[in-house]
Design a protein around this ligand. Sequence first.
Ligand SMILES: NC(=O)C1=CN([C@@H]2O[C@H](COP(=O)(O)OP(=O)(O)OC[C@H]3O[C@@H](n4cnc5c(N)ncnc54)[C@H](OP(=O)(O)O)[C@@H]3O)[C@@H](O)[C@H]2O)C=CC1
Ligand SMILES: O=C(O)[C@@H]1CCC=N1
Length: 272
Amino acid sequence: MNRKKIAILGCGNIGSAIAKGLVNSKLYKSSQIFVTRKSEELLEKFSKEGFQTSTNNLEAVKNSEIIIIAVTPQQLDDLLKEIDSELKENKHIILSIVTGATINQIKKQITKKIPVIRVMPNTAIAIQESMTCIASLEEDKDSLDIAKYIFNQLGKTIIIHEELMVPATALCASGIAFFLRAIRAASQGGIEIGFHAEDALFMASQTAKGAASLLLKTENHPEGEVDKVTTPMGITISGLNQMEHAGFSSSLIKGIVTSAEKAKTLYAKKDS
Ligand SMILES: NC(=O)C1=CN([C@@H]2O[C@H](COP(=O)(O)OP(=O)(O)OC[C@H]3O[C@@H](n4cnc5c(N)ncnc54)[C@H](OP(=O)(O)O)[C@@H]3O)[C@@H](O)[C@H]2O)C=CC1
Ligand SMILES: O=C(O)[C@@H]1CCC=N1
């Protein structure tokens, strides 16, 4: 990829995380990234870090080739209306991070023929540890390769069918919050049994990292690894069974299903 110029329109939580990831990965210098948001005051911190900043999306689009759209579903239509006149065929590629908005729903609002790729990262993208799900239409495969190249530097990627983007949002993008809450809860248990808060959080975080690494490095099934921990008549199975009686697995499953159901409704007003 010949280092196409990049803009992040809507540099809020996830937009900022992507901007940080792009710089940390050394794929881009901050001076090569154009970021926009509505609040001038909040853009100042990006300017201080060397990013090109503006509240004017047209300026960002004019000066970039890859356009990452990272506004909320409710803000998407106004943004598309605003940038449409500056979008150019054979110049721009849109990478949409927006939950629930389909590629066709976006393309319908653009008057030129612009490739649109859906990309769903999580906030670990800031430290190049995102699980990023990517989908495109058949006609935009070349642009899909560009997206894959960029997001491969920022963690792991998986190419999925577009219909699975909503479930992917719940499992991976929201998912990081679910695991963070689980680690926090484990650390609170640790405090109750004797550790200072800082130590408990460190110990719970490293333990969670170890669990995830075991699965990623060995490709073993989680229950096989659980079986290795549960000594007969031991303490692990007592704790684990108590958690299951309280609905541990069930609550995680129900939470993920609920998030996915809600994701379907966020941008449901237009059909593709
Ligand atoms: N947060 C996450 O972990 C993830 C979020 N997503 C999706 O990414 C999108 C953004 O989510 P999130 O970052 O959490 O939300 P935020 O509210 O933090 O970010 C949205 C940003 O868009 C800016 N904005 C709104 N309208 C415009 C506009 N017309 N022009 C330029 N900037 C604009 C806002 O600016 P200002 O604040 O200055 O008003 C804000 O900074 C959503 O669609 C969400 O579903 C996807 C994956 C993960
Ligand atoms: O909470 C949300 O709606 C967005 C989508 C996934 C993560 N944050």
